[in-house]
Each structure stands twice: as C-alpha cells, then as structure tokens.
Design a protein around this ligand. Structure first.
Ligand code: UTP
Length: 289
C-alpha cells in the first residue's frame, strides 16, 4: 500500500470566523506571511504526497489563484531586483500538482470527501482538513501513512483531550496495538461525556482506503443535518482494518478565533523576521496588563 494522493476539504462556510470570512476564504487568512492552506500543502508534500485535490466552492477561487503563476507580478519583482519575494511567489505555485473540485452544496465533510472519488480512484489517500495546522518534527500525515502502510489499514490521527472538551470532536473506541498505534472498533461524532468512547479525539488528519466512497454515497445526514465523515468511518472500521495514531505534534484549529490567534503568535515567535521583535513586544505588553 502506497499513499501518493491527498484531499484537502476546504469548502466549509467558515461561520466561526465571520465577518472576515464573508469574502476571504478562511484557508486564505495569513498566518504571519503565508496563507493557512500553504502550511497544509507543505505538510502533505513533506509527507511524500505527489498529487493534491482541494475541495472548494464558488466563493473560494482565491485559493486556485494563489497556487497559479502571476506573470505581471513576477516581472515587476524581477525588474525591481526583489529576488526573495519572487522566489517565494514562484515557490507557492510550484509546491505540488494541485487539482480542484467544487462541492456544489455545503452538505458536510463526508459529502466534501465524496467529491474526491474520481480523483482518488482505487488508491488509499490522505485527508488533511483545510483549517487544521500541525507543528511536528515528523509531518503528522507521514506518521499516519507509516502506520497505515504497516498495518494495511485506514488511519485516523488522534490525541487525548479532556472529557469536558470531547463534545467538540469525534471520540474513538480503541485497543492497544503497539506504542502510539491503536486498533479502532467504533467512533461517534461530538459525543457528550456520557456517550464518549474514549478520550482519544480525531484531529484533522486521516489516511483512507477507497471503500469509504461507497459508504459515503449511501450515508444519511447525521449530526447537524450534514453528511458526517465520522459516520462513514464508523461503518468502515466495522468491515475494514483501521488504526488510530496518537500523533506527535501540536495541532492548531485555525477555523476558530482563539486557535487562529494561538497559531499566529506561535508561528510569529518562531519566524526569523518577527520572532525577536514579537518576544520584546509581548514582554513589554505583559508589564502593563
Ligand atoms: P468545519 O466545521 O471545521 O468547517 O469543517 P466550517 O463548516 O467551515 O466551519 P464553521 O463551523 O462554519 O466555522 C471541517 C472541514 O471540513 C470542510 C471545512 O472546510 C473544514 O476543512 N467542510 C465542511 C467542507 O469542505 N464542506 C462542508 O460541507 C463542510
């Protein structure tokens, strides 16, 4: 089993980040000097992915423009001797083979993934949610691919979350396999603490086998009236092997204001251009809080 393709669902309405996301896709909001979606594509590429499909919608064409060439701008930068900027602008367009498909109706994450059926064909594929950014020494997608390949299984990326927080996520029923890898036998979407199956929650990264498409095609709407990927995975894990990887790394949910600000501050602190300045600024501010 070799994973060469990735799907990035990015067709959500981003209502938690309004009003900014009324006209700017949340995936295009800048984290320091790059849009959120670029970090995600860079993770996929670092994990060895060659072809990437972004599931988008009619309000998100800024994403395809961003990963395209921009001759007028590039000529101007070249004439002005702005080599670093030129290099960065070109690099974004040459990162990977990027494809697009539109989700014509916002019917949920499971429905968005189903739109990738023709692109994926008969291969396993990675899924990276378009608003979840990971900071990790080994790309989280790579950690999942390694486990999926080893066990010839689908894989979901999980981390331990507090019981009070589990209702924001999907909780998985797991039994130990080895180290940070578990076998999955069940899961549920946004459970109450009484309904949760464990404190392990799925956080934005998956490796799936193509059997998921037939399941998604026949799925009824679930939580929130949407076609839920978790409901599809619940069926998949009953008939096909699935593992959960308690991945090493820090996850930022940039689809909500607090997560977006945490990511902005952490990434700016680690950035050579802004790190020292921001550290001084925060320390100075803290004196007056
Ligand atoms: P979210 O629930 O985090 O995104 O979906 P959202 O729907 O944009 O969020 P809010 O609640 O309105 O702020 C998880 C992922 O699934 C994608 C989103 O783009 C995000 O990457 N998604 C969600 C789709 O692609 N299509 C959908 O119909 C729903």
């Amino acid at each position: 089993m070799k994973v060469r393709k990735a799907v990035i669902p990015a067709a959500g309405l981003g209502t938690r980040m309004l009003p900014a996301t009324k006209t700017v896709p949340k995936e295009m909001l800048p984290l320091v000097d790059k849009p959120v979606i670029q970090y995600i594509i860079e993770e996929a590429v670092a994990a060895g992915i060659e072809d990437i499909l972004i599931v988008t919608n009619r309000a998100k064409s800024a994403m395809d423009d961003y990963f395209d060439y921009y001759p007028e701008l590039e000529t101007r930068l070249n004439q002005a001797g702005k080599e670093k900027e030129l290099c960065e602008v070109r690099r974004a367009a040459d990162l990977a083979n990027i494809f697009y498909v539109r989700q014509k109706e916002t019917r949920g994450l499971g429905h968005a993934i189903w739109r990738a059926k023709r692109f994926v064909g008969d291969e396993p594929f990675a899924v990276l949610l378009g608003d979840d950014i990971m900071k990790a020494s080994v790309p989280v997608t790579r950690q999942l691919i390694d486990a999926a390949e080893k066990y010839s299984a689908s894989a979901v990326g999980v981390q331990y979350v507090a019981t009070e927080a589990i209702s924001k996520y999907s909780s998985v029923k797991v039994s130990p396999l080895e180290g940070r890898v578990f076998q999955v036998s069940d899961m549920n979407e946004k459970p109450t603490p009484e309904q949760m199956l464990s404190n392990y929650a799925i956080l934005g990264r998956y490796v799936l086998t193509p059997e998921i498409f037939d399941i998604l095609e026949n799925l009824s709407p679930g939580y929130g009236g949407e076609i839920q990927l978790t409901d599809g995975l619940k069926q998949l894990c009953r008939t096909n092997p699935m593992v959960a990887v308690d991945f090493e790394g820090r996850r930022y949910d940039t689809g909500n204001l607090n997560g977006f600000l945490e990511a902005t501050i952490d990434f700016a602190l680690g950035h050579p251009q802004t790190g020292d300045w921001l550290r001084r600024f925060i320390l100075d501010k803290a004196k007056h809080l």
